[in-house]
Structure formats: structure tokens, C-alpha cells
Ligand binder design. Structure first.
Ligand code: HMG
Length: 390
């Protein structure tokens, strides 16, 4: 039985800051951000968007009534959870009006959470071929104003519908995963900003990729020539390029050119959104599929997932016949086109605006947020979500 990705949805908040303007303000050469880091625009989440609403908006764009009825498992990968106890998946389940006879959980391991979700979903479908699983990867990346990590912030979510007989990509069974206790990036529970040892995190990302790739080759007997493209978790778009470069020496120039060209296409959306942590790898996959219109059905795509702390995994998928008919290319192009630029001053003010932590009541103005699903306030320590379509 084939099991894999049947639909992919994406949502980013409607605001962004231009990286060259941010560079100017920080007295940095703009080329450092646009070439050295590889980011052009950074999505900025208004206070009316959090990990729950971003994920719900991403899923809203792809699910039909049949899906809502068939989904019996919602797995929410995030490291920007809004509650230490209740899972973000329960809120999304309600906001989307999903079948009540469903499981709903949150999964955490830095940027690796959604990949763990996909692998769980695959096992669930193997046992329950009629069901569908909604896997969400949703985050707001915050390092702080004027920090080295600032240029690698971002916000957004990806929603993946996993099912039997998937329309977009079937997942193959060979997979290599590795865990090692490393303090390269972390966020203590008392902080709303992440801490990162930038240099160590870059080194470990590369070392994890090298480890899982070498092990994958040994296990599968496959090599780079068997791949149409390799997609990466992209904390910033230069990172995957740095990881891919050393392994390219293993293959012919033709294959190198193909992998490099497809890597470039796989960074398009991420370059304009920033790091969305759990959703980042899947945004990169989406970017490749939606921006390259001649990827042949049957092509094998590699996926490298990395979640600091750290867990890495390399797994693969095969593109299905007519997969392009099941993408939402126009919807995502409209989403990008409708975004609004904010100035660096506006971005800084939005960044500093946070919800009260003492339970005091707050009502937020959701009229300026074009998203269908928004956070409307907090009452009695409870977040108040609104689906404007209801
Ligand atoms: P930095 O120290 O400011 O930057 O921070 P740098 O000095 O290392 O420069 C970056 C690159 O720009 C270098 O290129 C420079 O040469 C180049 P590289 O050596 O990497 O090829 N550069 C220029 N290029 C063109 N023109 C110029 C110019 N100037 C310099 N004028 C860093 C960079 C990424 C470390 C920082 O932003 C950071 O700490 N970010 C957060 C951590 C991070 O993203 N780590 C990535 C791996 S860990 C990961 O992926 C997991 C994560 O997503 C979290 C999770 O799992 O949940 C982060």
C-alpha cells in the first residue's frame, strides 16, 4: 500500500520586512543577508496570529468536507506552543470543524516535530488505511532585535494531509534517523526568544546531514544519481547549500547541475518567508513542486529534517502521477502577492507587542488581519480564537 502526502497547504502572515532595509538599519552590508544568509523577506506575525492560527489557516486552504470527515488524527509539530498542557492540535481540530472521533496531539523536538508527525501518520495509516491524518508544522521564529539570529527569523505554517493512495508523494520505507544531545539551539520555558550557538548549530546541521546521508547510502544502495532533488530544513537558504556542497563531489557533473538547480528552486518560498522551524522542510518541498513545472512523476525526492538539540532524519518520497493537479499553486501565489511590507520601525513595534502573562483580559483588533482564522484576545487565561467564516 502506498502511503504519503495527499495535499500540502501553506500559510504565512500578511506582513513582511525587507531584508535589505533591515540590514541598512543594523549597519550590515545587505549582501550579507541576501547572499551570505540567503534571505530576501522575513514574514512578521502580528499579535493576532500565533502557532495555532497559522496552522489552522494553512489547513483551511486545502481541506474539503470529505477530508474533514476522514481525518481521525491531528498531529501538531511546533516549538511555539501556546500552552504547556493542552495541545495546539485540539484548537485546530475545533477551528476546522473536524470529525470528533479523532486523536489530537502536539509533538515537540525543535524543527523536527512535523517529521516525527509524518512518520507517526504513516504508521497510523498502515493500520487504518481508510483514515487520513492532518500533520501540521507551525512556528514563529524569534531570536530578538539586533541579535545574530534576527536575520533568520520568520513565521508560517505548513499543513500536510497524509493518506493511503496519496496524490502528491508516496513515502518510501527506507529512512535513517539519529539523535545526539547538543546545545546548539534551545528555548527555556521562561523565554519567548530562542538561544543559539550559531557556529555550533551550523556545524552540527552539516554533521547530521553527512551522517544520515552516508548511512542512507549504505542501507539503500542508492546514490545521488537516483535523486531528482534533495530538499532541506532551511533555517536560512544558504544552510542547505552548505550541507549539499560537500556530497556533490560523489557524483557526475550532470547530476550535480540538476541537484543544484533543483535546490535553488526549493529555496524560493523560504527565501521570502524566513525560518518557520517545523514547517521549513515542507515549505521547501512545496517551493520545489510549485515552482518547477516539469518534475516528472516517479521522481525520487530526498528530505533532510533537522531539529536542534538534536534529531536528524533523511527519508525519501516518490512523486505521483498528476501530482501537479493536486497542488495549490495559484492560492499560494496570491498569498505571496497580497502580503504587505512593514517598515523596520513597524516590525520592531510588532515584535515587542506581546500578550499579557498575568491573565489580564485583552481584546485584539482582528479587522486589520486578513487571515480567516485569528486570535481575538485572551479572557480568564484562555485564548479566544475566531474563524471569520463561521
Ligand atoms: P553571523 O555570525 O551573523 O553570520 O550569523 P556570519 O558572520 O557567519 O555570516 C554568515 C554568512 O554570510 C557567511 O557565509 C559569511 O561569509 C557571509 P558562510 O561562511 O556561512 O558561507 N557574509 C557575506 N556574504 C556576502 N556579502 C557580505 C557578507 N558578509 C558576510 N557582505 C547565523 C549567522 C546563521 C549563525 C545566525 O544568523 C544564527 O545564529 N542563526 C540562528 C541559528 C541557525 O539558524 N542555525 C542554523 C543551523 S541549526 C537549525 O537549522 C535548527 C533551527 O532551525 C532551530 C530548530 O531546530 O528548531 C535553527
Amino acid at each position: 500500500m502506498k502511503i504519503g502526502i495527499d495535499k500540502i497547504g501553506f500559510y504565512a502572515p500578511h506582513l513582511y520586512v525587507d531584508m535589505t532595509k533591515l540590514a541598512d538599519r543594523r549597519n550590515v552590508d545587505p549582501d550579507k543577508f541576501t547572499i551570505g544568509i540567503g534571505q530576501d523577506k522575513m514574514a512578521v506575525a502580528p499579535i493576532t496570529q500565533d502557532a495555532v492560527t497559522l496552522a489552522a489557516n494553512a489547513a483551511l486552504g486545502i481541506l474539503d468536507e470529505q477530508d474533514k470527515n476522514d481525518i481521525d488524527f491531528v498531529i501538531f509539530g511546533t516549538e511555539t506552543g501556546v500552552d504547556s498542557s493542552k495541545s495546539a492540535a485540539v484548537y485546530v481540530h475545533e477551528l476546522l470543524g473536524l470529525n470528533p472521533y479523532a486523536r489530537a496531539i502536539e509533538v515537540k523536538q525543535a524543527c523536527y516535530g512535523a517529521t516525527a508527525g509524518i512518520q507517526m501518520a504513516k504508521a497510523h495509516i498502515a493500520m487504518n488505511p481508510e483514515s487520513k491524518v492532518l500533520v501540521l508544522g507551525s512556528d514563529i521564529a524569534r531570536y530578538g532585535l539586533n541579535t545574530p539570529g534576527e536575520a533568520t527569523q520568520g513565521a508560517g505554517a505548513v499543513a500536510l494531509l497524509v493518506s493511503a493512495a496519496p496524490h502528491i508523494m508516496s513515502l518510501e520505507d527506507q529512512s535513517v534517523y539519529v539523535t545526539s544531545d547538543i546545545m546548539d539551539f534551545w528555548r527555556p520555558v521562561y523565554s519567548d526568544k530562542a538561544f543559539a550557538d550559531g557556529k555550533l548549530s551550523n556545524e552540527q546541521y552539516m554533521a547530521f546531514f553527512s551522517k544520515v546521508w552516508q548511512q542512507y547510502k549504505a542501507k539503500s544502495g542508492l546514490g545521488l544519481e537516483n535523486f531528482e532533488a534533495i530538499t532541506f530544513h532551511l533555517p536560512y537558504t544558504k544552510m542547505g547549500k552548505k550541507a549539499l556542497k560537500p556530497v556533490l563531489e560523489e557524483t557526475t557533473e550532470d547530476v550535480q547541475e540538476r541537484l543544484k538547480a533543483n535546490y535553488q528552486l526549493s529555496t524560493g518560498y523560504n527565501r521570502n518567508v524566513g525560518n518557520i522551524y517545523t514547517g521549513s522542510l515542507y515549505l521547501s518541498l512545496l517551493s520545489l513542486l510549485e515552482q518547477k513545472d516539469d518534475l516528472a512523476a516517479g521522481s525520487r525526492i530526498g528530505l533532510f529534517s533537522y531539529g536542534s538539540g538534536a534529531v536528524g532524519e533523511f527519508f525519501t518520497g516518490i512523486l505521483q502521477n498528476d501530482y501537479r493537479d493536486h497542488l495549490h499553486v495559484k492560492q499560494h501565489a496570491e498569498l505571496f502577492a497580497a502580503r504587505k511590507e512593514v517598515t523596520v520601525d513597524e516590525y520592531e513595534a510588532i515584535f515587542e507587542e506581546t500578550l499579557p502573562t498575568d491573565g489580564s483580559r485583552v481584546e485584539l483588533d482582528i479587522n486589520n488581519d486578513p487571515a480567516k482564522i485569528c486570535l481575538a484576545g485572551v479572557t480568564d487565561h484562555k485564548r479566544q480564537y475566531v474563524n471569520k467564516l463561521r
